[in-house]
Design a protein around this ligand. Structure first.
Ligand code: IPE
Ligand code: IPE
Ligand code: MG
Length: 251
């Protein structure tokens, strides 16, 4: 049962894993798992929004996923394109603001256009910010951030001795978002798979055996209930931090 007295996470990040296994268990091709997985996204985002979650970041396609068979990549790109085109009017209506992180210039040109259009159209959404991690890898994000910071040093805008946690955080794709409070990974794997390595430093981790296409709102509430029982210490000896407190960035 969700605790009405404990706060819900402000930002939930999800590694949506297990589509292939979901299909395999049913004797179906992997593509069916991806379709079933894509159909889950809407209800989870909307339920998060109803619960008062302000940011949800979903790992939809990793940098390393480009190494999958061409046919599977093609199916995933088609599903992404369908999702953006089908859901944009509803996102607008429901106050969902779409964003993306990752090297999206590697996505098919049409999809990039649809994505940018949807981001523009939904920019006024105030209920929840949905960030899709697409062609995303955390190490690649850090490489891109180092390039940005190096550029600032080269132009004289930044002195190397003034580089601190904040200057790096500001150069990440996620500069505008608070760090996730809760990370959910479906299908049981105990790894980060190159997702938000910097941002997850003090995030509470919840792993479920459920495959992503089976992750419904009951499962979501289980994850949040578990989160509400955690004692976030941020390295201190006891929890004095209130939920709203964030680690202060020290230089
Ligand atoms: C997650 O499901 C979707 C993507 C990574 C794009 P998988 O396709 O990884 O499914 P499993 O892990 O093989 O079951
Ligand atoms: C992580 O899942 C990426 C996404 C969910 C998009 P993977 O299936 O690619 O991760 P590994 O290969 O099991 O680490
Ligand atoms: Mg997987």
């Amino acid at each position: 049962m969700l605790q009405s007295t404990s706060p819900v996470p402000q930002h939930i990040a999800i590694i949506m894993d297990g589509n292939g296994r979901w299909a395999q268990e049913r004797g179906l091709p992997r593509a069916f798992g991806h379709r079933a997985g894509a159909e889950r996204v809407k209800e989870i985002v909307e339920h998060c929004s109803d619960l008062g979650v302000k940011y949800i970041t979903m790992y939809a396609f990793s940098w390393e996923n480009w190494e999958r068979p061409e046919e599977e990549i093609h199916q995933l790109m088609r599903l992404l394109d369908e999702f953006i085109r089908r859901e944009t009017p509803d996102m607008l209506k429901k106050g969902i603001r779409l964003q993306s992180i990752g090297r999206i210039d590697h996505l098919p040109e049409d999809t990039v256009q649809h994505l940018k259009q949807s981001i523009k159209e939904t920019a006024g959404g105030k209920k929840i910010c949905l960030t899709l991690a697409l062609s995303y890898g955390s190490r690649q994000e850090i490489v891109d951030a180092v390039r940005t910071v190096a550029g600032q040093v080269k132009s004289g805008e930044l002195n190397p001795k003034d580089i601190d946690e904040r200057s790096i955080q500001q150069a990440l794709y996620t500069a505008d978002y608070p760090d996730p409070d809760l990370l959910v990974r479906t299908s049981g794997e105990l790894r980060l798979s190159n997702f938000l390595l910097w941002q997850l430093s003090y995030t509470e981790i919840y792993v479920t055996e459920k495959n992503w296409p089976d992750f419904d709102i009951v499962e979501l509430e289980k994850a949040i209930t578990e989160y509400q029982k955690r004692d976030r210490r941020y390295g201190k000896t006891k929890s004095t931090a209130k939920e709203s407190e964030r680690i202060s960035l020290r230089s």
